[in-house]
Write a protein that binds this ligand. Structure first.
Ligand code: PLP
Length: 442
């Protein structure tokens, strides 16, 4: 019995002792293909020698310096790198230790921005039902995942949720992408009008929805329409790219593919590739200037923000990503992964949808393809798939239906960017076997 209070008290988990490339090994020597990058974290794979060397070198220089007293070379260099490659208009960085911290900081930055500007009446956050933004209270309130939120509701700030852009389930049969984008984005405008045009702080969305939905990208034009609506009412657009960002979809930032820049963007996971806990908020000049010309101070902070070890990890990972053109491999292998998934699972009775971008792909499972009816949630199909996959030496990231039980179980794939063709094929074979075995066990 373990002394750890981890997510699942009763699960007896294998002990990970070693990682190498796209594999993790447990204490018995069994190898697992890391086809989910943990939770879409591991982008360079495990034990990359250059990242390890950069971390050792940083540890020899300085392990920690509080940001209230000092800045460090590692933090400054990482900030410069992030700004150089940021979406248009984002030119400042706030470094934290992970995704939830980044989301909390972005929410507070957005609120303080309006206080600095003399619009303190703005108090509402709007987000989407199908979303996960982290487990700290502000981030949890922002997310729309009822399973994670329900027992904590009395502690959550009031937030407002609209429908996601989820073509597989919400686009009507004869509806064009343009018409669906207009309808889905129109919900934001309606919500702003309902709450009051000078009352809303920000709209928060994952560019490509990850954990709650299995790599659901927006249809063309949706985010452009969202951007225009935010601009019309002076509402800030916060894109949460903690999971889908930093190259995962084939461009450094997922929103590049939608032709949109947010006012604030959160990143984490792939930023440090799992070598250290690190996250960041990228913010626009107009927000930075409001602070600089106002109170001169962002009322926030954490002991470990801007940690030099975390910054060194982020810098090493991002340097290698660029030097080795790994985004090119994400696009090529992402296309191959999609082709293999469609060939192997596209006609499967219980596969409703295969979707995603780059090396961020989702498979949604349904009881009935014609009606899109999901499996009964009590069957816990997603947990069965995870167990069967682990038995076969495959790590995937499955979740259950999360919009009021209306969507099906799904499996998220997010392998490291260094993956090669042969491994992509192995992943799809093992996944197909695991799905078959899980469904037969019901
Ligand atoms: N935002 C998104 C989109 C996420 O997927 C996650 C984690 O899965 C978070 C925020 C929270 O990140 P963390 O678990 O590092 O706190």
């Amino acid at each position: 019995m373990t002394n750890l209070l981890h997510r699942s008290i009763h699960a007896s988990l294998p002990v990970a002792v070693r990682g190498e490339g796209i594999h993790l090994f447990d204490a018995t020597g069994k190898a697992y293909i890391d086809a989910s990058g943990g939770a879409a974290v591991s982008c360079l794979g495990h034990a990359h020698p250059e990242v390890l060397a950069a971390l050792h070198a940083q540890l020899d220089r300085i392990a920690y310096a509080h940001t209230g007293f000092f800045t460090t070379e590692a933090a400054e260099e990482l900030a410069d790198r992030l700004v150089a490659d940021a979406p248009q208009g984002l030119d400042h960085v706030y470094l934290v230790s992970g995704g939830s911290e980044a989301v909390e900081a972005a929410l507070k930055m957005a609120r303080q921005y309006f206080v600095e500007k003399g619009e303190p009446q703005r108090r509402h956050i709007i987000a989407r039902r199908q979303s996960y933004h982290g487990n700290t209270l502000g981030a949890l309130a922002t997310g729309g995942n009822e399973w994670r939120r329900s027992q904590f509701k009395p502690l959550l700030i009031e937030t407002h949720h609209i429908d996601p852009c989820y073509a597989y389930r919400h686009q009507m049969p004869e509806e064009s992408d343009e018409a669906y984008a207009a309808r889905a984005a129109g919900e934001l405008e309606a919500k702003i009008l309902e709450l009051g045009t000078d009352q809303v702080i920000a709209f928060v969305a994952e560019t490509v929805v990850g954990a709650t939905a299995g790599a659901v990208p927006p249809v063309a034009d949706y985010l452009k329409r969202i951007r225009a609506i935010c601009d019309r009412y002076g509402v800030l657009l916060i894109l949460d790219e903690v999971m889908c960002g930093m190259g995962r979809t084939g461009t450094l930032h997922a929103c590049e593919q939608d032709g949109v820049s947010p006012d604030l963007m959160t990143i984490a996971k792939g930023l440090g590739g799992g070598y250290q806990p690190v996250g960041a908020v990228l913010l626009s000049k107009r927000i930075f200037d409001a602070f600089a010309q106002g109170s001169g101070f962002f009322q926030h902070g954490h002991t470990y923000m801007g940690h030099p070890m975390a910054a060194a990890a982020g810098l090493a990972v991002q340097t290698i990503l660029k030097r080795d053109d790994l985004l090119g491999n994400v696009r090529d292998m992402g296309n191959h992964l999609e082709t293999c998934l469609v060939e192997r699972l596209g006609n499967h009775h219980h596969v409703g949808d295969i979707r995603g971008r780059g090396l961020f792909r989702g498979v949604e499972l349904v009881k009935d393809r014609a009606t899109k009816k999901p499996f009964d949630a009590g069957l816990k199909l997603n947990a069965r798939i995870k167990k069967e996959a682990m038995t076969r030496g495959l790590m995937v990231y499955p979740m259950g239906g999360t919009i009021d039980g209306q969507n099906g179980d799904h499996v998220l794939l997010a392998p490291p960017f260094i993956i090669v063709k042969n491994d992509v094929e192995k992943i799809v074979e093992k996944l197909a076997d695991a799905i078959e075995a899980a469904i037969s066990s019901i």
